[in-house]
Design a protein around this ligand. Sequence first.
Ligand code: BF8
Length: 625
Amino acid sequence: MDEKLLSIDSAVNELIKKAKEDGVETIFDRKENMKPCPMGEKGICCRICAMGPCRITPKTPRGLCGATADVIVSRNFARMVAGGAAAHSDHGRDIAHVLHMTSKDGNYKVTDEEKLKELAKRWKIETEGRDIYDIAHEVAEFALNEFGKPFGTLEFPPSLPEQRKKVWENLNIVPRAIDREVVTIMHSTHVGCTADADSMLNISMRTAISDGWGGSYIATELSDILFGTPIPRETEANLGVLEENQVNIVLHGHEPSLSEMIVLAAEDPELIELAKEVGADGINLAGMCCTANEVTMRHGVKIAGNFAQQELAVLTGAVEAVIVDVQCIFPALASLAECYHTKFITTSPKARITGATHIEFDEEKALESAKQIVREAILNFKNRKKEKVFIPKTKSHAMVGYSTKAIINQLDKVVNSHIDKPGTVKPLADCITSGVLRGAAGIVGCNNPKVKHDYGHVEMIKELIKNDVIVVTTGCAAQAAAKAGLLSKDARKLAGKGLATVCELVDIPPVLHMGSCVDISRILELVGLVAKQLNVDISELPVVGAAPEWMSEKAVSIGTYVVSSGIDTWLGVAPPVTGGPRVLEILTSEMENMVGAKFFVEPDPIKAAHQMIEKIEQKRKVLEE
Ligand code: BF8
């Protein structure tokens, strides 16, 4: 294994070296020995019933039931969409339950009353003269109904252009209730149901749309109501944010209902005192993966790293606890933590991990629960072994927290109030139509050891901003950008002239951090508003998407709803569909006729960026006609 080739991040390479010295294994070692199954890679292995597993080969071109390669591939793809949509949407549901739990004197409160009232009005919930918590509870009930209502279709937000809705109506892919779409996939992929790739992909699009414009959108809006709509903040990113003399707690996972309470608990004077009693200078929180995005954009909590760095945080020997809830958590953390003093604390019954310390997070007694967890971490400080500690120096400055509202606030700085109304995306739309900005790109998604760590994200972003394409980013891609200094206002020196000028005038970095993966709904909202401003469909905008290092089922759902929303999307890793020629044809070609966008697969991020720029220029021509 050549460490130099594994990451563009020096902190990662230093810690991979330490792993060797310490005699412990990480994902980078496991990757060496893992040979992905060639059948699985093409999507042509069917494990849906017990007659098989059936593998499609030239000798066995059909499964025992007669399913063709395309049927098998399309079912496997649909199940990935269902898994991803379920994870995002269940997160949204949990947040809705927390909103339902809010009270004036409780741990969970309404923070953004204005947003709550706006949403209530949209959903025709009375707001006049009512207690804010009565409104909150009714909004929560309305949201919860969106998951399982028996009749009607999904309640779309006003950012969805009418033209887009028409496209979906014509294809009969307007989602009904969110859970219903996930269940429909599980049913349709059962043995003896859908055996038609075209139909299977239509069902997949409908489910994915229910994630992006439904479950994820709800997760974002309700999180903002509960914990505040993000505003631009300064932070720092990379493992260098860990502190030698403090109790280091890494918050990893997704749902802000846990992390928000840990942030509060870590500010408790008694616990800070306890930290001092055990010999530390204080308590240092650092985020990992999407939880990092949630707490950094609302509190400026520093970012320890992204998906591929979770083991490396433990390897520093300076982390008292890794506290996790759901999604994207390596089970490997349990055995790795045993080699150090780190407590690996699971908190959700949805994600229990053998070998972890399980302290169930009780939302009814949220702060008390959070304090108990933080106390565990503090008491563990005494077990830290000085000789095992190595904290890399690397960290970068970053600006985070560009919610749509925050972006509009920034744009208001350049509005000539004699001509235009403030509070709209018009200045952004004007920059795009005038060509000062050539277009916009959403760079999102994970780390995947099939790609040199962070290389895909960082190189693609650099190439795009150099060519006057403004970038918005979420998830682990956002953290790669943060670590590479691309979320800093200084990064405007890497931007083309047009983008640099806009950044200067509007006082923003060229790459805007929009949050966690469920917050891709913020990107949908922004592009939807720009499309409405220009009275066009989203598919007509010079806007593209990419997931250069994607790996999760959530990313499959995201990619599918982004393309279904009319945004061409580039993947740096091929999805497991190459064994189904019809499936491949639909995803990479025919979807364009259906929804006005399609998937592209290009492992080289620079080449992909140029394909994206070419697409942007094609769309500009049509827009300018
Ligand atoms: O939801 S980008 S590795 S952390 S799946 Fe996971 Fe991928 Fe990171 Fe957040 Ni998103």
